[in-house]
Design a binder for this molecule. Structure first.
Ligand SMILES: Cc1cc2nc3c(=O)[nH]c(=O)nc-3n(C[C@H](O)[C@H](O)[C@H](O)COP(=O)(O)O)c2cc1C
Length: 385
């Protein structure tokens, strides 16, 4: 069975048996149900849209589509857009907020910041200069950003071209070190916003405390009933659920190798997802993810305001797109910030300051290609009248 990521031993053994029986009988009858395939069907269409070097000008729907391909918490896609001739408004959809994991809306705002970064890159590629106002009606209001669009020379960028290639990678990384040149590139990117700081943990002695705290936090989260139930509610166990919701965490995005994913799809049940083995797999996978990482990063700000989180989301998305262009793969890992005030001092020790707020931790490295996650994205799904 699978949690935010993977498969238990018991499920593996049961699944191996199931696979043999199926193969033996020549019964590939579930192939069309997404057992043997990934990333197929309407929930994945947005990733496959044409992505020309010079996209058509004045295409607001194209701009919004690019925004919806951003990273976001639990693939909850907590956004809505309003399009007018010369502006786009980005709204938080608080009905999609993770109440148990993200009560202070750090992740909600980060995800919206990621969408804003994609939106801005896509607008510039289509010949618009963007003028962005964050939280024009205050932090509690659902209107999160107003983006004024003024005609300008189109400026497609290498980061824009990475939007449909980027994805969260939860697989086992190779552990290969990141070259000095790319570490320097990352550090430079981390200085783009003076309100933020990028902390990098590269040497074993630097990585160890980050990894240890992640594992400790994940062990607590695995036993936290409300947080477990919330993650389980965003889990989409088969093609039918993926097609229905076009959101959430899937087996294919869990990072397991192909054969393990087939087995997981054959044996998975709601009972498993809502039961204790889900947490065990979560811990086991987190250990594997931490141990195989080449480096960790944490973005911090002076305070954890909604504005700081939006800005950090923009920077994180830029880092992720840039890393993609360098063949470096990435996974946000937030467990010690997910409603864990008891870990405040440990986090302060990691970033070397109790006067700053850690906003988004992530791991970096090299891993196999993994399938994309589903997306809503038809105009009716995410665009307000
Ligand atoms: C603020 C934020 C927090 C996230 N936290 C985690 C996390 O702790 N573990 C994880 O595996 N993925 C995490 N993710 C990745 C999302 O689950 C992922 O972006 C989403 O499922 C969509 O998939 P994609 O990034 O491949 O498009 C996080 C993403 C964001 C923006």
């Amino acid at each position: 069975m699978t949690s935010r990521h993977g498969l238990s031993r018991k499920a593996f053994i049961a699944g191996t048996g199931a696979t043999l029986i199926l193969a033996g009988g020549g019964m590939l009858w579930r192939a069309e149900g997404g057992i043997f395939t990934a990333e197929e069907g309407p929930a994945y269409e947005l990733w496959k849209q044409p992505w020309p070097e010079k996209p058509a000008a004045n295409d607001l729907i194209g701009i919004v589509s690019a925004a919806t391909l951003a990273a976001n918490p639990h693939n909850s896609q907590p956004w809505l857009f309003k399009m007018e001739k010369d502006r786009i408004q980005l709204f938080a959809d608080r009905s999609r907020k993770l109440k148990a994991i993200d009560p202070d809306e750090r992740e909600l705002m980060l995800g919206l910041g990621c969408a804003l970064e994609n939106l801005s890159l896509a607008a510039q590629a289509r010949g618009y200069k963007v003028d962005i106002t964050l939280l024009p009606q205050g932090p509690e209001n659902d209107l999160v950003t107003t983006i004024l669009l003024q005609s300008a020379e189109p400026s497609p960028s290498p980061l824009y071209n990475m939007i449909p290639k980027r994805r969260t990678n939860r697989s086992k990384f190779s552990g290969k070190p990141i070259p000095e040149k790319d570490l320097a590139g990352l550090s430079q990117l981390g200085q783009a916003d003076p309100a933020l700081r990028l902390h990098l943990y590269v040497k074993e002695i630097e990585r160890r405390p980050v990894g240890d705290l992640l594992v400790r936090a994940c062990e607590i989260q695995a036993g936290d009933r409300a947080q477990h139930a919330e993650t389980a509610s965003w889990f989409r166990k088969n093609d039918e659920e993926i097609l229905k919701h076009k959101d959430g965490i899937t087996i294919d995005a869990g990072g397991s190798p192909y054969l393990m994913r087939i087995i997981a799809k054959l044996v998975i049940s709601d009972k498993m997802i809502h039961g204790p083995s889900f947490g065990k797999v979560f811990v086991k996978n987190t250990k594997m993810q931490v141990e195989s990482a080449s480096a960790f990063g944490i973005i911090s700000a002076e305070t954890k305001t909604h504005e700081a989180c939006l800005r950090a989301g923009r920077l994180f998305q830029r880092i992720h797109l840039w890393a993609t262009s360098r063949g470096i793969t990435l996974q946000p890992m937030n467990y010690f910030l997910e409603n864990r005030p008891d870990m405040k001092d440990d986090v302060a020790a990691l970033i070397g300051s109790s006067d700053r707020a850690a906003l988004i931790p992530f791991r970096l490295g090299y891993g196999p290609d993994v399938p994309h996650s589903p997306r809503r994205g038809g105009v009716k799904d995410v665009v307000m009248a």
